[in-house]
Unconditional design. Structure first.
Length: 320
């Protein structure tokens, strides 16, 4: 058995940033397909997760040793990861995009780092530091600023869209926590493949294959489906899961908050959405929050190794 690799925070941040860029672009593409393309969220997510699972599992089955077997004791965890984590994260986000703007949906989705911090502190798996608090507050404030002037802001709250956006953040947090635990026993690609397969089966129940409008799918539509499966799914989720090997879940999620900046820039260039001064300031605040998070990691004092215990110190009951 190979010894576990030592965490590399710099690599972890790079992986998380790559995932954020791909997710940012894919959010704008999804909104275009739902709005101008006339596709339903369930329809897009069926093809997205279905094609992604076929590609991943097909490729893994051709590797030496084939697909890893999942012990029965881990079936519930995989079912929860795919049917709850992925479906809630992606489904609620797409449903939010059909009702509110991309920026508005992302604001509430990216309350996930705060949820993860609360979970980590409550379970004593993470230590709450001043740097984390300041980084989260700065990044969230930046997201708020980016919403100014966009349709669906505070002046015109869409309650269903807001609830779906919050649900997406809950699903993202659930996926991050459970994905971290499962990665202690499974490699990233098999974990993704099985999770996407479970998610696609779930979506097939919500969007039955026989009810899909097959006659309207041309080459352009197929190209978009492949994009959603590969560039918007396999690559970013793989990068994010890989980043969890080097970073705490809240740090990976906070770094991924670059997604609203990317989404706003792409929406401006493609869909013609105008970026006002407050939105540009918000993008700078998100970048500042991510930078603050990295500085907090670099400047945190390292624990000094304790000297070996003497025989006298070894005497007595052990304490937790």
């Amino acid at each position: 058995m190979k010894p576990p690799r030592r965490p590399n925070p710099a690599l972890g941040y790079l992986l998380a940033v790559g995932a954020a860029v791909m997710w940012g672009v894919s959010g704008v593409v999804a909104r275009f397909l739902i709005g101008d393309g006339g596709h339903s969220p369930a329809e897009l997510l069926f093809f997205r997760t279905g094609i992604a699972s076929l590609i991943l599992l097909g490729w893994l089955s051709r590797k030496p040793g084939g697909l890893p077997a999942i012990p029965r004791r881990d079936w519930p965890a995989f079912l929860l990861l795919g049917a709850i984590g992925l479906v809630a994260n992606q489904g609620c986000y797409y449903l939010a995009l059909s009702r509110v703007s991309v920026g508005y949906a992302l604001l509430f989705q990216y309350t996930a780092p705060v949820m993860l911090m609360g979970y980590g502190v409550a379970t004593r798996t993470e230590r709450l530091t001043l740097g984390k608090i300041l980084a989260a507050a700065t990044a969230l404030a930046g997201c708020v600023l980016m919403l100014i002037g966009q349709e669906g802001g505070a002046a015109a709250i869409n309650v269903p869209g807001t609830l779906f956006a919050i649900g997406s953040g809950v699903g993202f947090s659930f996926y991050a926590v459970l994905g971290t635990r499962l990665q202690q026993r499974y490699a990233t690609l098999p974990l993704m493949g099985y999770a996407f397969l479970i998610a696609s089966v779930t979506w097939s129940l919500l969007a039955p294959v026989w009810a899909l409008p097959w006659s309207k799918y041309d080459g352009k539509a197929v190209g978009f489906f492949l994009y959603l499966a590969i560039v918007a799914t396999i690559l970013p989720f793989g990068l994010f899961l890989a980043s969890l090997r080097h970073l705490e879940p809240s740090r990976s999620s906070l770094t991924s908050m670059l997604e609203p900046v990317v989404a706003a820039a792409v929406a401006w260039g493609w869909l013609g959405e105008t970026l006002v001064g407050w939105q540009l300031a918000g993008g700078g605040a998100v970048l500042g929050g991510v930078l603050l998070l990295q500085l907090e990691t670099l400047l945190r004092p390292r624990p000094v190794p304790s000297p070996p215990a003497t025989d006298a110190q070894r005497v007595g009951p052990e304490r937790d």
